[in-house]
Each structure stands twice: as structure tokens, then as C-alpha cells.
Design a protein around this ligand. Structure first.
Ligand code: ADP
Ligand code: ZN
Ligand code: ZN
Length: 767
């Protein structure tokens, strides 16, 4: 269609009249009048005649196209643009346009639909809060009645009697006058009976409802701020200087845990509030602990609110209403907190930006980092990313000058970095030790048990997809085309999940001829059993997917461990975050290779991050810590650099690998999933899609690599067959154009009637 033809076509706009969630499935189509055709974009606010009486009401444009869904003569025309509202504008705040929060969010949805691949409705549902009639929930608070000395003496008594849960609650009460009831039963893991026993002795009282909205007793303590170190002060000054000069940027703070990042965030937020702006603080759900929340509450009082997955949709909606009404200045929460409709957002903080949980697992599969930057653009806000081990993406962008990079190099809490030993498991086998615990680890565990200090044993099964390796020489079976580990499948075959390459499971190691070539099967349960065999009477706690199934069990296990209720905590990657354990002086990483050989190009990065975090768990208290990394590949750069806690060295090696293999962040990648109950239909759809991709590739001048279709890593989920294709190009935008082409191809094509096609840009979790 050429330009001239385009001018002749009538355009139609899909419009929603109420952007509350429940009505989202319904949009109304209106004709776009000639005079408005160049002025409307998704998100624009328009006036439309509505209903039988053609009453003029406000609506929002969701999408624009040239397809008319009804008889053209029946379609009404958009009446015009709303008159500029006057007098609402705060003179202090120079909003560039008269944009409303709603139109910003709709524009954001349009951006997400385009850049991550979804329908507009899916995108809108992601960004707009579900409208719910909020039941007046009874919010209860525990309010302290005794003074601190009385509480502390009661606390001492409980500790002597080993009433750990009660002691935990009293300790929290001694730090804070008011505690929301949900925190007590949730984050603190204290039962209702224990709360009652405290109320009975007159230490505290329960108050309900009204006071929740304005918990006067949680006062912001303006006076007790730390004086920032010069490194911290530089960051704050630079960010604010940019901000006040109208420069909006993204900043990356690289600083180990305890280097004062959170303090910097809080200082910046305080400054934003002074400027009449609001702030969003993103924190991975798992790190959203009682201690973190407490710090924010103590600093900003009731101007802070928390958004997390335990809130009901009604409560979430309530939070959004409070934000819109200007009742709060700061929201803390996981990635969905990004859509909090603040009137005048000034800052988005994203702590631990490397976390995979920042990528949505449902369509649109957005990443909070890029989305935060888009939100910031719409609001003219700044973005601050923070991490101890930045993602390759963020560090790469910082290197290219897209982000401003800052370093915090000193640990402010004191405490030295632990001494790290690497143990070569091949050597252990050679010298006759077949136990899962190396001799070094056993020696150190014995020592800790005798001193009453705690140990953490870490088994990282994340992303583990059944790789096969040689126990004698460490050789791992890898795909010759993709340089990722092959996965063992039933029937003794090895498969590459990227390209579908397959080969039989060898009987002997192709490198050294040993017959000890097998998969790694041990789980946390077996490790606990083996530990108890080795140390009869040892007190253990286990934390994995099995033991954390029920609500709050995660917090309860962590609280119990931090209260000294066990000598050893055995767990999966969940344990490396959250609470500080001052009594832990030893961390054992049982098999670093589990994550190193995950069938994923990010395996090296994940291993470095996990090892660095795990090692950092030891020695947070006064006693110096030690860590033992057990591995079949002690010379791998992810392990040697984690041992030295040297991020720069790791990054240098890893980015070379990404460049060479054309993986993100240097290249961009798009996974396409075809899913259907009918395997033949899924295959046929995937093959046709591949044909279409080839055609687009031929027409495009940029280099595009496409691989597949092959079975997804999990080839069938509840009777749905899954076929994947993956595409790599240098430019992200090329992938977006490719996706648009495929969407057009899929639409109205009978091959896709019973096949769902999903897109995932730069996936972090695989399919
Ligand atoms: P991070 O977020 O990088 O882990 P935090 O901001 O939590 O670091 O700081 C670690 C500890 O150091 C906290 O207990 C905090 O109160 C303290 N701290 C941070 N900045 C300062 C400072 N400028 N002076 C004194 N103590 C500080
Ligand atoms: Zn071998
Ligand atoms: Zn391959």
C-alpha cells in the first residue's frame, strides 16, 4: 500500500471507555475523523458519543487500524479531543504534556505489546490495576505498650526458656512500636497463640482497621541518617545534578552487599519527595524481607507502601488508588510495582537488577529493566539500577555509555570477605573419597560443629536439565553447534535444546575412556540423610521447593535458622538471598557444576552470581568466614573469578564468549513457541513459521540466524506439545519487525487455529 492509498483509507480506532480492568475485554470501534488522523496514538484521550443518547464521554485509544469490524454506516465518529483541563496543574511541576496517568499507562501497554509480542488486551491487563470493590479488610496492628527496658527483660526471659518465636516477636517490638499483623504471622513466622500470650502479659495490644492507613506510631526518623561516605555522596550528587538540570538517565551502581546501595536509594528518594516527585523501588520478591521493609518504614513512615504477591487484587487496587490520590510517595515491590499510577513519578530504583524474576513469565514477557526505562521516559523520571553482580546486559550497556556507571567499593558493615577454597572433585575420586562431602569440607564442618557455629550447604539445581559428565576427568557432553550442555532424555539419548542436535549417550568417556560417565542425581533430601549419617545428632533445616510449598514457610525456615534452631541449613538457590546470618561462618557449595552445565548460554553468568552470593553468606558477623566450592572444573573462569570475588575479570571473559557465540547482550534473541494438544498440528505450524522466517530473512539485508524447530526443553506440559524456534540478530528492532511479520502471517491462517504461538525476547528462563 503506497502513501497515496493510505491517505484514502478510513482509519478506525478501538477505544475503551473505562480503563478499569473488568471492562478491558470490551473496546468500541469509532471512525477517526480526517482532521485527527495524524494526531491520534494509542493512549490518546478522546471524546466520543456514547450510548443511545450519544452522551459525550471520555475514552482512550487502544489501537488504530484500517479494518472495520462492523457495517461502516453504523460506526460513530470520534467527536474530538477533550478540552485541556485547567487549574489542575500544579505550578511547581512542569509536566511536558497534559498527559494523565491513564494515557501514560495505555501508551506503555502499546509499547509492551510491540516490543514483547502480545495482544493489546494482554498488555493492558498487565499494566492496569484490576478494579475491585475493595472489601474493607480488617487490618490489624500490634502496638507496643511496655517501654524498651521492660521488653528487653521479657526478651531475656524468653531466650532463657528457649521460647524462640516469642523472643523473635519481642525483639521486633523492641525495634518498632507498631507491627502490621500480616508481618507477624508472615515474615516473622510467629503464631497467633504467641501473639496472644504477649498481649496477655500487657507487652502490646492489637488495634484494628482505621489506624492501618495512618499508622502514626511509625514515625519517620529524620535525624538518624547516616552521613554518606564520599563514594555514596558522589552518586547522590551526580544523579540529582542531572535531574535538576533536566537530564534523565539510567544509572548503574555496582557495589557488593553491604557497600551502602540501599542508603543511596533512600537518600535519593528523600530528595525526590522534597521535589514533589514519587519513587518506585523494585526488589526481587525473595529479598523483600522484614529488615528491608523496616528500614524504609523507619525512614519514610506512612508515606511508604508495599506491593507484593500476598496482596489480594482488591488490596493491590487499593494501593494504586492511594498512589493516585497522593497518599503515598514510595512503593516497594516486585516487578509489577512498576505500574503504580503515581501522579508525578521521579525515580525508579531497581535493586539486584540481575535477578531473573524481573522478567515476566507470562505474556507479554516483559523485562522490568527495559520497561522501567520506558516508564521513566513517559514520566521524565530517572532510573537507578543496583547490583553486587550486575547482569551482563546492564554492564554491557554501561560500557557502551547507555547507563552511567558508579562503583561502591567498601563494605560499610565491616567484616572481611571470606576465604574461599576450591576442591577438585576429580582429585577426591582419585584419592578414594566417594562421599558428596570433600575432605576439606568435612574438616571445616567438624570444626564449626565443635564451636557451635553455623554452616550453610548449598545445592544449586536451578536450570539443571540433566547434563552428563565424566566423574574421572570432568568432561561434559556439549552440543557441537551451540556450546551448551546436552540434556539426557529417556531412552539414553542426549539432546540440545537450542538446535535439536541429538546423539546417543556414550558408554565410555570420549576424552579419558572412564566408565564413570553419568548424570548428577543427588537432591537436598539425600544430602540431609548423608549429613546425619556423618554427624549423628546434627540439627538440620532444609529449604527447597518441597519444604517451602506452604505460605510463609520460607520466612519461617530462615527465622528459625537465624535464631540458632539448627546447625546446618541445606538448601537450593533460595537460601542465598534475604536474611543475614551472623553466626554462619562456613558455606559449602556442593556441586558448582550443576549450574555451570545448565543447558543455557547464561550458565556461566548464573554460576558466577550464585557463587558470589553464596560465598558472601559466610562471615557477616564478627567471626571471619570460609567457603568451600566443590567442582569438577576448578579452572573455569566463573569459578576462579567467583573465588576471588572479581566481577571485572568475570565480565571480561564472559562477554568474549557472548561475542564469539553471538549471544545476548551482544546479539539479540527471540524464542518462538508453538504449542498445541495436537503434536502434528504444532509441528506443522512450527515448520510453516520457519518457512515464513526464511522468507523474511531472504528479504532482509541484516544477518539473521534461525534455528529449529525442535522440541522445547520440556517437550510436553499437561498434554500440550511444545515446539520451539529461535532467531538471533544483532539489532533488537529487526526481531520486532520479524515478529510483526509473523503475527500478520499467523492471523487468519488456518494452521494456527489450534496452535498457540508465543514470543519471548531475550529469554532468561528458557521455555
Ligand atoms: P547494600 O544495600 O549495598 O547492601 P546498605 O545500604 O544496606 O548496603 O548498607 C549496609 C549497612 O551499612 C547498613 O547497615 C547501613 O545502615 C550501613 N550504612 C550504609 N551507609 C552508611 C554510612 N554512610 N555510614 C554508616 N553506615 C552506613
Ligand atoms: Zn573422562
Ligand atoms: Zn545445539
Amino acid at each position: 500500500m503506497n502513501r497515496e492509498e493510505n491517505r484514502l483509507r478510513t482509519l478506525y480506532a478501538d477505544i475503551i471507555v473505562d480503563i478499569s480492568h473488568e471492562k478491558l475485554d470490551k473496546t468500541f470501534q469509532y471512525r477517526v475523523p480526517e482532521r485527527l488522523r495524524d494526531r491520534l496514538e494509542p493512549g490518546a484521550c478522546v471524546m466520543i458519543p456514547f450510548g443511545n443518547g450519544n452522551r459525550l464521554i471520555k475514552g482512550y485509544v487502544v489501537s488504530i487500524g484500517d479494518q472495520c469490524q462492523f457495517a461502516p454506516e453504523k460506526i460513530k465518529e470520534i467527536a474530538g479531543l477533550p478540552e485541556k483541563e485547567t487549574g489542575v496543574e500544579d505550578k511547581m511541576i512542569a509536566l511536558a504534556d497534559q498527559e494523565t496517568t491513564e494515557s501514560r499507562l495505555i501508551a506503555l501497554a502499546g509499547w509492551m505489546k510491540e516490543n514483547y509480542g502480545s495482544t493489546m488486551i494482554q498488555a493492558l491487563k498487565t499494566v492496569l490495576p484490576a478494579k475491585q470493590t475493595v472489601k474493607k479488610l480488617e487490618h490489624r496492628q500490634l502496638v507496643r505498650l511496655m517501654n524498651r527496658e521492660e521488653l528487653l527483660s521479657l526478651l531475656g526471659e524468653c531466650e532463657r526458656k528457649k521460647q524462640v518465636a516469642k523472643a523473635r516477636l519481642l525483639k521486633a517490638l523492641s525495634e518498632q512500636e507498631t507491627i502490621p499483623y500480616e508481618w507477624i504471622t508472615g515474615k516473622l513466622g510467629v503464631s497467633a497463640a504467641t501473639v496472644n500470650s504477649i498481649v496477655k502479659v500487657g507487652a502490646a495490644k492489637l488495634v484494628s482497621s482505621e489506624s492501618y492507613r495512618n499508622p502514626v506510631t511509625v514515625q519517620a526518623e529524620e535525624t538518624t541518617h547516616n552521613t554518606l561516605s564520599s563514594e555514596q555522596q558522589t552518586i547522590v550528587t551526580e544523579v540529582l545534578t542531572d535531574f535538576d538540570a533536566g537530564r534523565r538517565q539510567t544509572y548503574l551502581i555496582h557495589g557488593i552487599t553491604g557497600s551502602g546501595k540501599t542508603e543511596v536509594y533512600m537518600q535519593l528518594i528523600g530528595e525526590m519527595i522534597k521535589r514533589g516527585r514519587q519513587a518506585i523501588v523494585l526488589i526481587p520478591e525473595i529479598a523483600l524481607t522484614y529488615q528491608t521493609l523496616l528500614r524504609f518504614y523507619q525512614r519514610f513512615g506512612d508515606r511508604v507502601s508495599v506491593m507484593n504477591s500476598t496482596l489480594s487484587p482488591g488490596e493491590k487496587y487499593d494501593q494504586c488508588e492511594r498512589a493516585k490520590a497522593g497518599e503515598i510517595d514510595v512503593i516497594i515491590g516486585p516487578r509489577s510495582a512498576l505500574f503504580t499510577p503515581f501522579p508525578n513519578l521521579g525515580l525508579i530504583v531497581m535493586d539486584e537488577e540481575q535477578e531473573n524474576s524481573y522478567k515476566s513469565e507470562s505474556t507479554p514477557k516483559y523485562h522490568a529493566r527495559e520497561t522501567a526505562m520506558e516508564v521513566a521516559k513517559l514520566y521524565k523520571a530517572s532510573v537507578v539500577l543496583g547490583s553486587a553482580t550486575p547482569s551482563l546486559e546492564a554492564y554491557y550497556r554501561a560500557g557502551k555509555g547507555e547507563y552511567r556507571l558508579f562503583h561502591l567499593t567498601k563494605r560499610l558493615t565491616g567484616g572481611e570477605l571470606p576465604t574461599v577454597h576450591t576442591v577438585d572433585l576429580r582429585q577426591e575420586l582419585k584419592e578414594g573419597n566417594r562421599s558428596i562431602f570433600s575432605r576439606k569440607l568435612q574438616e571445616l564442618m567438624t570444626d564449626r560443629l565443635s564451636k557451635g557455629q553455623q554452616t550453610i550447604l548449598f545445592l544449586n539445581r536451578r536450570g539443571y536439565a540433566g547434563f552428563v559428565s565424566c566423574r574421572a576427568c570432568g568432561e561434559v557432553m556439549k552440543c557441537p553447534h551451540c556450546d551448551v550442555s546436552l540434556s539426557e532424555h529417556k531412552g539414553g539419548r542426549l539432546i540440545c535444546h537450542y538446535c535439536g542436535y541429538t546423539q546417543p549417550l556414550p558408554k565410555l568417556c570420549p576424552k579419558c575412556g572412564s566408565k564413570y560417565i553419568l548424570g548428577f542425581k543427588a537432591g537436598t533430601q539425600q544430602i540431609e540423610d548423608k549429613l546425619k549419617e556423618l554427624y549423628p545428632g546434627v540439627r538440620t533445616l532444609r529449604m527447597d521447593a518441597d519444604t517451602t510449598r506452604t505460605k510463609d514457610s520460607y520466612e519461617k525456615i530462615l527465622s528459625a535458622f537465624s535464631n540458632g534452631e539448627a546447625d546446618v541449613l541445606i538448601g537450593t538457590q533460595m537460601i542465598v538471598k534475604g536474611h543475614d546470618f551472623p553466626k554462619v561462618t562456613l558455606v559449602g557449595i556442593l556441586a558448582a557444576d550443576l549450574s555451570l552445565n545448565a543447558s543455557d548460554y547464561r550458565a556461566g553468568e548464573r554460576t558466577f552470581q550464585l557463587l558470589t552470593q553464596a560465598v558472601g553468606r559466610a562471615g557477616r558477623g564478627k567471626e571471619p568466614g570460609q567457603a568451600v566450592i566443590q567442582t569438577y572444573d576448578p579452572d573455569h573462569y566463573s569459578i576462579t573469578t567467583a573465588k576471588e570475588q572479581n566481577y571485572e575479570a568475570f565480565y571480561g571473559q564472559e562477554i568474549e564468549y557472548r561475542k564469539m557465540m553471538r549471544y545476548p547482550p551482544v546479539w539479540n534473541m527471540l524464542y518462538i513457541l508453538c504449542a498445541s494438544k495436537n503434536e502434528a498440528a504444532a509441528s506443522e505450524a512450527a515448520v510453516a513459521l520457519m518457512g515464513k522466517i526464511d522468507q523474511i530473512v531472504r528479504e532482509n539485508s541484516e544477518k539473521i540466524f534461525s534455528i529449529g524447530p525442535s522440541d522445547a526443553p520440556v517437550a510436553k506440559i499437561s498434554d500440550v506439545y511444545r515446539k520451539v524456534i529461535y532467531v538471533k540478530t544483532r539489532e533488537y528492532q529487526t526481531l520486532v519487525i520479524l515478529k510483526d511479520g509473523l503475527e500478520a502471517f499467523i492471523k487468519d491462517n488456518r494452521l494456527y487455529q489450534n496452535v498457540a504461538v508465543g514470543f519471548d525476547f531475550n529469554p532468561v528462563n528458557g521455555f
